[in-house]
Design a protein around this ligand. Structure first.
Ligand code: CTP
Ligand code: MG
Length: 241
């Protein structure tokens, strides 16, 4: 199976509680390799969109497709294989740094793991750890800073060959200097993958192919950065405010 990573959402409606929809009639289309950004205030429904793409919950109405195939038709396993995740809450396990990054692709050679760490700008701090790549991380990486944990998650995604990438506040705990340093790595990570990205710092999503502005579970504006600035609507407010 050769998944391209085209994503479609058609009239998707969903809520966590009965009769309380948090996403209403969401339709969008992402071509292979495109970067789609979601912005909007807290609680607008951004994370929920990625939850649904990952099928963490079942939608009430509508359809979500990858390469035109309803995600309910293929198993969860194939979905997991085709989507690399970098989420705000990191998921590390007790094991070495090497093993934690390799979790992105179990057949990867050490050199590939190290290359992925370099892409994520994680190599330098890893080498400063007591045992470098062989350092054992305690439960969920408790012996690392939140930003370092995020860099490991980014390295893991960089190692994965999944055609779809989801990044929800992937660099929220990384300082702005490091964030700028890893921008190049992030661009490499997104290259040729269809990416859904959520970021509070709007400077990091300016170059997206499409920016979706969500409010109370609806897409109220969509367009490129330039188009949305010209419109002087909600995005303009968020960006200049
Ligand atoms: N929600 C819920 N149950 C959950 C998760 C979210 O009821 N398990 C609700 C939230 O209270 C919110 C809405 O769903 O009203 C959308 O939440 P979310 O998609 O997480 O919002 P985001 O836009 O991601 O907000 P933030 O910027 O704060 O991450
Ligand atoms: Mg969120």
């Amino acid at each position: 199976e050769n998944v391209q990573g085209e994503i479609g959402m058609e009239h998707v409606t969903f809520g966590y509680l009965e009769n309380q929809p948090v996403l209403k009639d969401i339709s969008l289309h992402a071509k292979k390799g495109q970067k789609i950004a979601f912005v909007g205030s807290t609680g607008a429904g951004k994370t929920t969109i990625t939850n649904l793409l990952n099928r963490f919950y079942e939608i009430w109405e509508g359809k979500i497709t990858i390469d035109g195939v309803d995600i309910r038709e293929n198993g969860l396993e194939s979905l997991r294989e085709n989507i690399a995740l970098v989420l705000q809450d990191t998921h590390l396990f007790t094991g070495t740094v090497m093993e934690n990054i390799r979790y992105g692709r179990l057949d990867a050679a050490d050199e590939e793991v190290i290359a992925a760490a370099k892409t994520a700008n994680a190599d330098a701090f890893i080498r400063r750890l007591q045992n470098g790549y062989d350092t054992v991380l305690e439960g969920d990486g408790a012996n690392l800073s939140q930003g370092q944990r995020q860099l490991l998650n980014i390295a893991r995604a960089a190692l994965s060959k999944a055609p779809v990438l989801v990044m929800d506040e992937a660099t929220s705990s990384v300082d702005t200097i490091t964030e700028r340093q890893i921008q190049e790595g992030m661009d490499a990570l997104m290259k040729d993958r269809t990416t859904f990205v959520i970021a509070h710092r709007l400077s990091t999503i300016r170059n997206s192919d499409m920016i979706m502005v969500l409010e109370h579970g609806r897409i109220i504006e969509r367009g490129t950065h330039t188009e949305l600035l010209q419109r002087q609507g909600r995005y303009y407010e968020l960006y200049t405010g």
